[in-house]
Design a protein. Structure first.
Length: 429
């Protein structure tokens, strides 16, 4: 709120002359007034108030918490004066982007004056890989862009969204931005409780969101659990199967790869951001029944993904060596982090993704651990924004990065222990 705005408003019958206004005020400027807006024009020496200004913003948008990404490396360097900073906060590929994807970019620079073809080439290639028709495939600027298109395409005002508590924050923001009821059921041992979700379906349930492996916990539900769940889901309910991390779990015999089901009311979403290392280009894709895709294509932005993103995605699909190297590093690193965290006395969710998550005593301890690791040059992710204020997530990095993270965490936890020991009451002599 601008200082003195209340004074000028309450004296609207006798507004002071322009000369009496604070020097920083200028003509034709908007100022916040008690959550609304007031407008002062020096040319007319009067206020134009807009008591209905807030009606421009729906209540469900006004109350929405914006997505806050992991803290950038450059920002930490600048704020704390650090030289080397390791970012293990955003589940990015520690080896960088696929080399074949990078090599595919420059030859397309000469085409940047042309509009993209809406991902058509990628749709055709993915259809060939999965023995589908291109009409079963959609491409977008990341799987979240396709998520947003799904929300806009299929939800009516009287529909509901159903998922787990503390679901992927990107989906939370997109679904809540639609203004329909957003219903959740609790985790069960950090996993989707599919039985409880099936039991919570109502006549208004339109979309069920499932992430497998789940972000932020890393856990998976099994093929048997999904089969039992699906039998209880009406055909009128659309299931979003978010498989952004599926490559990290694909070798698990119990993992329910949705592309082996191909149900008519399931939309599979996948991404190039993780195992292919293309997060900065924003490229994702989805599979579904042709009628679902046909309607999604009516709503999606016509020129996404970009020319460069599509070229990188097509090349990355051929970079099997990079994928295998990434997966091997992830298996080793995930096992190391899980074991090291347990040795530090922490509980760890059983992850099948490229990160691990663990709870602490309370949010105060989360903040202390996060800040302590940050000051040692290691960025991790506190999960308040997801709805898990007692939890921290650490991305699997290189071998060196993983050891640095555990070293920094151990330093913080030992400092806490030493502090408690110093302040503990001594036994009487």
């Amino acid at each position: 709120m601008v200082k003195n705005c209340m004074y000028f408003f309450t004296n609207i019958q006798g507004v002071p002359p322009a000369a009496a206004l604070p020097g920083g005020w200028r003509s034709c400027r908007w100022f916040v007034f008690q959550g609304g807006l007031c407008y002062f024009c020096l040319h007319e020496d009067r206020f134009i108030t807009t008591p209905a200004a807030l009606s421009l913003v729906p209540p469900y948008i006004e109350s929405l918490q914006a997505y806050v990404p992991g803290k950038p490396i450059d920002e930490v360097r600048r704020e704390l004066g650090l030289g080397k900073v390791i970012k293990l906060a955003s589940n990015e590929n520690p080896f960088g982007p696929s080399p074949m994807a990078v090599a595919a970019l420059e030859p397309r620079f000469g085409e940047l004056h042309l509009y993209p073809n809406g991902g058509y080439d990628l749709r055709v290639r993915l259809a060939g890989l999965y023995k589908l028709s291109p009409e079963n495939v959609i491409a977008g600027s990341g799987s979240e862009a396709i998520m947003a298109t799904i929300i806009r395409t299929f939800l009516n005002d009287d529909d509901e969204v159903l998922t787990t508590e503390a679901a992927f924050i990107g989906f939370q923001v997109l679904a809540k931005s639609r203004g329909v009821p957003y219903r959740t059921v609790p985790y069960r041992e950090w996993r989707y409780d599919l039985n409880a979700i099936a039991g919570a379906i109502t006549k208004r349930t339109k979309i069920i969101y499932l992430a497998n492996p789940n972000n932020p916990t890393g856990t998976v539900f099994t093929r048997e659990e999904f089969d039992a769940f699906y039998r209880r889901v009406p055909e009128r309910v659309l299931i979003i199967m978010d498989e952004a991390y599926w490559e990290y779990a694909r070798d698990d015999a119990e993992f329910p790869d949705s592309m082996k089901y191909r149900y008519d009311n399931v939309i599979t979403l996948r991404t190039f951001s993780k195992v292919y290392g293309l997060a900065g280009l924003r490229i994702g894709y989805g599979f579904a029944h042709a009628e679902l895709i046909r309607n999604l294509l009516k709503v999606k932005l016509p020129f996404e993904p970009s020319t460069l993103a599509q070229a990188a995605g097509l090349a990355a699909l051929e970079d099997g060596g990079f994928v295998e190297r990434t997966l091997a590093n992830n298996r080793e690193g995930r096992d190391y982090l899980t074991g090291a965290l347990k040795e530090l006395g922490l509980d760890v969710a059983h992850s099948r993704a490229n990160f691990v998550m663990f709870p602490l005593r309370d949010e105060e301890e989360v903040n202390r651990v996060y800040d302590g690791m940050l000051r040692q040059g290691v960025i991790v992710r506190p999960l308040r924004g997801f709805g898990l204020p007692r939890c921290i997530r650490i991305t699997v990095g290189t071998r060196e990065e993983n050891r640095a993270a555990i070293g920094a965490l151990g330093t913080v936890l030992r400092a806490r222990h030493d502090s408690h020991a110093r302040h503990a009451p001594h036994a009487p002599q």
